[in-house]
Design a protein around this ligand. Structure first.
Ligand SMILES: [Zn+2]
Length: 205
């Protein structure tokens, strides 16, 4: 975005610092008084914002900042519940991105094809391994991805991965280098950032 253009700023209800709205998580209040994560920023009504940090969310809830923002009593059953809502939204987004990559042929799917594709690692942006894959295959894939400098992460199950790809079970898939894969990795990083974990299997780690 060109410099000087106005970008909306919002204050985090946890740490009280101002950031670009696009960097913050948006929350809305349902008519019943529940605080909901509005991950895509599309739900109508007044919004409350926090950093993408579970600590800021905890502070916002502990200090009843949502009640103040929405000028009405808010129910937050638990921070963990809100965190789970966000995690679900992020997982849905990641799944949708894998589906989009499939439709635009930016995907390599199946462990043997991914192992082959890792012979030309510059074409690949990320290897995605099902969490319920057998340890032997996981080790083989992860080792090769790491040695070729391609990030390798564990996401969803074989059944779900297959479903995102419109097939039967899939234990391994990879996204080819491009904007879609960059978006996927950025969303993944958001999830880890929120959880306070940075466990993308960075090959240099
Ligand atoms: Zn904050």
């Amino acid at each position: 975005m060109p410099e000087g253009r106005h970008r909306p700023q919002r204050t985090c209800l946890g740490c009280r610092q101002a950031f670009d709205q696009s960097q913050l998580l948006r929350f809305v209040r349902s008519p019943e008084g529940d605080v909901l994560v509005d991950y895509r920023g599309k739900l109508p009504g007044r919004g409350g914002y926090t950093c993408l940090s579970i600590d800021c969310l905890r502070q916002a809830v502990a200090r009843r900042q949502f009640d103040r923002t929405f000028k009405a009593p808010c129910r937050v059953s638990s921070v963990d519940g809100l965190a789970a809502g966000l995690e679900e939204a992020l997982r849905e987004r990641l799944a949708a991105l894998i589906g989009m990559a499939r439709k635009s042929s930016q995907i390599v799917s199946g462990s043997s094809l991914v192992l082959d594709a890792l012979e030309r690692p510059e074409r690949l942006a990320v290897v995605i391994v099902a969490e319920d894959i057998s340890a032997g295959i996981a080790e083989k894939i992860e080792h090769k991805a790491r040695s070729r400098g391609v990030p390798c992460l564990y996401f969803s199950t074989k059944a779900d991965l297959g479903q995102f790809l419109g097939r039967g079970e899939r234990s391994v898939t990879a996204l080819t280098a491009g904007r879609l894969a960059e978006t996927f990795l950025a969303e993944w990083q958001k999830l880890k950032e929120f959880q306070g974990k940075f466990d993308v299997k960075d090959p240099s780690a």
